[in-house]
Design a protein around this ligand. Structure first.
Ligand SMILES: [Ca+2]
Ligand SMILES: [Ca+2]
Ligand SMILES: [Ca+2]
Ligand SMILES: [Ca+2]
Length: 284
């Protein structure tokens, strides 16, 4: 049993180390918005006489699209019927059926196909570039099947923060106005810092006496009490507003409802005087 394990282990590690891979000419790709770029799908560390194979590509089509696929037919020279640039689908994000075959019997490293991409995503987005076996045309060496390892790549569009508020542009609700709080009173996706009508009551902030309260917008005497409710504000809206209409008379205006210390003192003295008078009267 010991001998078997000792024999099998080195064989396993040798095979593992020499495993052929199908991968990208560059696996980690940093690009910019609207860039066009090309990547080769490459074979690496193939042993023996490779006579062909195939691959499928998958990607996030909201980040990149594939414009075209090219194959060098001087290398893959079995004839155009034996090669295929596959079917591009930029809705699902795939190129299915890239297929290459040759009489040249390649070994080591080689280019399978060149994929030409167009960046369509915005800054801060990224996608994996997934490679998988084309089952109808597997990799083969002198007619025997090879099982390469497929190694994926990625494409990233670095995030930018134009207004320097610490919120990347693609998630900043005011990308050109610094607003680290991201406050958006009316929750319309546009932050207060760049929203002309923060409470969305139809009155622009610069003419709205209550720019972040949808209940009211007019305060003629500027006392903090609205002259009227906005027509769109129903009873529930009014109750939730935290505002009291000007001249509603409920409190008689601010400090009128409170009792001063002097009044309390005079009232107390009056009560004492009445009681004492009552006590004196009862004595006689
Ligand atoms: Ca920002
Ligand atoms: Ca901002
Ligand atoms: Ca808003
Ligand atoms: Ca408003």
């Amino acid at each position: 049993m010991k001998i078997k394990i000792l024999t099998i282990l080195p064989l396993f590690f040798c095979l593992h180390i020499q495993a052929a891979t199908v991968t990208w000419s560059n696996t980690n790709n940093i690009v910019n918005e609207n860039d066009s770029f090309s990547l080769d799908v490459v074979g690496r560390d193939f042993v023996g006489d490779v006579d062909g194979g195939g691959v499928n590509v998958n990607f996030d089509p909201s980040v990149v699209n594939v414009v075209s696929v090219t194959i060098d037919e001087t290398v893959w020279n079995l004839g155009s019927n034996a090669n295929s640039t596959g079917t591009i689908n930029n809705t699902t994000g795939s190129v299915e059926g890239i297929m290459v075959n040759t009489f040249a019997y390649l070994t080591g490293d080689f280019i399978v196909a060149t994929i030409n991409f167009q960046v369509v995503g915005s800054a801060g987005s990224s996608t994996d570039l997934i490679l998988s076996e084309l089952k109808k045309n597997p990799w083969a060496s002198a007619g025997s099947r090879i099982n390469p390892v497929f190694v994926d790549g990625s494409v990233s569009i670095p995030a930018t923060d134009l207004d320097g508020d610490g919120i990347d542009d693609h998630i900043d609700n005011c990308p050109a106005d610094a607003n680290s709080s991201q406050t958006d009173t009316d929750d319309d996706g546009q932050g207060d810092a760049c929203d002309a009508d923060d409470d969305n009551d139809g009155i622009d902030d610069n003419a709205d006496a209550f720019p972040v309260n949808i209940a009211a917008s007019v305060d003629a005497d500027n006392d903090g009490l609205p002259d009227e409710w906005n027509t769109s504000c129903d009873t529930s809206c009014q109750n939730d507003s935290g505002l009291t209409l000007d001249g509603s008379g409920s409190s008689g205006g601010g400090g009128g409802g409170s009792t001063s210390p002097l009044s309390l003192c005079l009232l107390s003295l009056l009560v004492i005087w009445i009681r004492r008078k009552a006590v004196i009267k009862n004595r006689f």
